[in-house]
Design a protein around this ligand. Structure first.
Ligand code: IDC
Length: 420
């Protein structure tokens, strides 16, 4: 736990000290001022991922296509647009589809930290523009309301959430390619923004599942109401889980909260506080170098073993991994491809629910950090294939998972996790 907390602390410190910019600050085109549904305007190209799978649904634990067959989406996440705007154009998204084999792009829109709240109208335009580009190309996209610091989705700084989702959900009601992620990574304390010392939250102060559920119960009806108004099926909604999307089954356990110094695998009393909506999925995020088989503590060798924990959780809840990194939780450090393999093989059905888990990699950007898939300066040059080591690995993974390519240098059998 301490190691996790320290890792997290480093990540949070990076927020304050490491803010290299990438990309220039160009304005956005296409003002989107209409709140009318535009779903009918999307004619997904024949053979495109969206034409193939259609409106998504959750059946039992599994994400499925319109026909009810399992679907595993795999693709990239954007970086915060405030830093890397020029990485996201029609051309770059087309390259992600054609060269990188993505079938999904997560549109990570930071709300704080220089994002949405600095200019909501401009950020809504950017969001609509990117949703439109994904629709024209026929790939899925995730509308990510990127909560991070502060970590409570109910914080007053995120007060525009309901308006934002009402606007987007009305505009894209019935659009098969749009998925919603209503809050990235809930974390930390509710009242104080004590990012430096998250473990000082008391149990009452923590951003627990109950806090998140309260928020979700307010936002999801807005999104589903918009779909109902055009007689459409409900879109997929990804809901964040406590402690940076890591206490994924907190809705099934009493007393699971950040800072309780408990091993993830310690037994806790059961409960059922799942959300009462169809097509909801629970978010899980990992950074392979930080989140893995755990560490030694009190003579126990695999304390906080996240592999065994998630192996079991995948038998209980439908999960979407909307963000993962091959590196450390602060977004940099040396990549760990073996440990990433272990997660991605688990997502290919090697888990208690035999779930195929969809995933997006952090990040398609040229920011100066090792999680970035592109080399610094690539976006300005429009060089969408100038991969970093992490980008090269992820590109190969996508060619295997989505492109049907055989490449034994990634997703190695020897890295398959075996549940003890
Ligand atoms: C990081 C970016 C980094 C940026 C920072 C700002 O990689 O360039 O300075 O955000 O807060 C997450 C978050 C994601 C983080 C990423 C890496 O969802 O926003 O991005 N990370 O720290 N969760 C775990 C890791």
């Amino acid at each position: 736990m301490r190691k996790l907390i320290i890792g997290t602390m480093v990540a949070l410190m990076a927020v304050f000290f490491v803010l290299p910019s990438c990309g220039s600050k160009k304005g956005t085109e296409n003002a989107a001022d209409s709140v009318n549904a535009v779903a009918g305007k999307f004619k997904y190209p024949a053979n495109s991922p969206v034409a193939k799978y259609g409106a998504l649904q959750v059946k039992n634990l599994q994400l499925c296509g319109k026909d009810g067959n399992p679907v595993q989406l795999a693709g990239m996440s954007t970086m915060g647009w405030q830093w890397c705007k020029e990485c996201y154009t029609k051309e770059s998204v087309a390259a992600m589809l054609n060269d990188w084999n993505v079938n999904i792009l997560r549109l990570a829109m930071y709300v704080e930290e220089g994002g949405y709240n600095t200019n909501p109208a401009e950020y809504r335009d950017m969001m609509c523009n990117l949703i439109d580009i994904c629709g024209e190309l026929g790939i899925y996209c995730i509308v990510d309301w990127h909560v991070l610091t502060p970590g409570n989705p109910k914080n007053e700084k995120y007060a525009d959430a309901e308006n934002f989702f009402r606007f987007i959900a009305n505009k894209y009601a019935g659009a098969d390619h749009v998925i919603y992620e209503i809050c990235n990574e809930p974390n930390n304390c509710q009242a104080k923004d004590n990012a430096e010392k998250p473990w000082e939250c008391t149990r009452e102060e923590n951003v627990t599942w109950d806090v998140i559920a309260d928020y979700a119960n307010k936002i999801i009806p807005v999104i589903y109401g918009a779909a109902d108004s055009v007689n459409s099926t409900h879109p997929i909604v990804i809901v964040g889980t406590p402690q940076w999307d890591q206490l994924v089954d907190a809705c099934l356990k009493e007393g699971m909260y950040q800072g309780n110094e408990k091993d993830l695998n310690d037994p806790l009393p059961a409960r059922d506080s799942r959300l009462k909506f169809d097509n909801v999925m629970y978010a899980f995020h990992f950074y392979a170098k930080s989140h893995n088989e755990g560490f030694e503590k009190d003579g126990k060798s695999n304390y906080y073993d996240m592999y065994s924990y998630m192996y079991d959780v995948l038998g209980k809840l439908p999960v979407f991994c909307s963000e993962f990194g091959t590196v450390e939780a602060h977004g940099s450090g040396a990549p760990d491809f073996d440990r990433t393999d272990k997660w991605l093989i688990m997502f290919d059905g090697n888990n208690a629910g035999k779930q195929k888990v969809s995933f997006c990699n952090w990040s398609f950007s040229d920011k100066d950090e090792t999680s970035a898939a592109l080399k610094v300066g690539s976006c300005a040059k429009g060089d969408w294939n100038a991969t970093t080591p992490s980008g090269e690995y992820v590109k190969k993974v996508l060619s295997v998972v989505n492109g049907g390519v055989k490449d034994s240098s990634v997703l190695k059998d020897s890295n398959k996790y075996v549940r003890k």
